[in-house]
Write a protein that binds this ligand. Structure first.
Ligand code: PGA
Length: 330
């Protein structure tokens, strides 16, 4: 028990560093883990704590959608290059395909570049499509998949989106996997069902969750100026994390061979918690420079996917820097 009261986790940016198995005594191991992972009974192991349930780094993506010209994008890149961005945030922007190369060649290395879509497999005779190999060729690191505009305007279904995600991940691209309910689905009390179904279609096919960031974007909040309240967003983020814990991590736990001379149940528990805790769950839908701070304070909101407000460099920088509000003073 003395271990619990004196133990204080180490932070690397916003990450809580993992315990070293070989340093932990078997009897105190569970207590180590409890104090590092998101367990309601043990959220305050010491006073210098960040308000972040996930152990991943804060992540902010700018989705420029089908906006911009060579000139406006040159200006946006120049504003981003001169912006002061907090260091403990992964920052990614997703320009339209035709400007990806221009942006990648002129944007600071501090910010990574994402595509807004990719084809389900290797390139070839697929008029109008862009392959993952081509994206990698021009230095793209991420792709946004399952965005509501592709689901509801273009008509992509869960299966098609899942195939794209699996292919992109297998080829080494990171995937920003979007989920979210329509207004009528929320009003019918189906928010969780819809989000879990969309999550399942990713979970059924993806090879691993290491390079996935989940973006919860309620459709009624996208581009409408009607942002979810911090409580509405937090409620879904917690549910998504719990779903991962129950449905993804168990599978990982059962597949992963772990050799350790201690209590096997304890180790399984660690793996169960780990995917859910490490996977970043970011919020999207009318995020701007004024509402980001209150949203960022929510424990299970690990960052943002930003549309309209990402087209203005200084405002996007403000959103990136909302990470500051996650740090709780000692
Ligand atoms: P919005 O878009 O910030 O303009 O609402 C978010 C998104 O579609 O990712």
């Amino acid at each position: 028990m003395a271990m619990v009261s004196t133990y204080c986790p180490q932070f690397n940016g916003l990450r809580r560093s993992c315990p070293k198995l070989d340093n932990a005594q078997p009897q105190s191991f569970l207590q180590h883990i409890n104090s590092q992972l998101r367990l309601s009974s043990s959220r305050k192991p010491c006073r210098a704590v960040i308000a972040m349930a996930g152990s991943g780094k804060f992540f902010v993506g700018g989705n420029w959608k089908c906006n911009g010209t060579k000139d406006s994008i040159t200006k946006l890149v120049s504003d981003l290059n001169s912006a002061k961005l907090e260091t403990d945030v992964d920052v990614v922007v997703a320009p339209p395909f035709v400007y990806l190369d221009q942006v990648n060649a002129t944007l600071t290395d501090r910010i990574e570049v994402s595509a807004q879509n990719s084809w389900i497999g290797k390139g070839g005779a697929f008029t109008g499509e862009i392959s993952v190999e081509q994206l990698k060729d021009i230095g793209c690191k991420w792709v946004i998949l399952g965005h509501s505009e592709r689901r509801h305007v273009i008509g992509e279904d869960d299966q098609f989106i899942g195939k794209k995600a699996a292919y992109a991940l297998n080829e080494g691209l990171g995937v920003i996997a979007c989920i979210g309910e329509l207004l009528e689905e929320r009003e019918a009390g189906k928010t969780f069902d819809v989000c879990f179904q969309q999550l399942k279609s990713f979970a059924d096919v993806v090879p691993s969750w290491d390079n996935i960031v989940i973006a919860y974007e309620p459709v009624w909040a996208i581009g409408t100026g009607k942002v979810a309240t911090p409580q509405q967003a937090q409620e879904v983020h917690v549910a998504v994390r719990d779903w991962l814990k129950k449905n993804v991590s168990e599978e990982v736990a059962s597949k992963t061979r772990i050799i350790y001379g201690g209590n096997l149940d304890t180790i399984s528990f660690v793996v169960l918690e780990e995917v859910a805790s490490k996977t970043r769950i970011i919020y999207g839908g009318s995020v701007n420079g004024s509402n980001c701070v209150e949203l960022a304070k929510q424990e299970d909101i690990d960052g943002f996917l930003v549309g309209g407000a990402s087209l203005k460099g200084p405002e996007f920088a403000t959103i990136v820097n909302s990470v500051i509000s996650k740090r709780v003073a000692a």
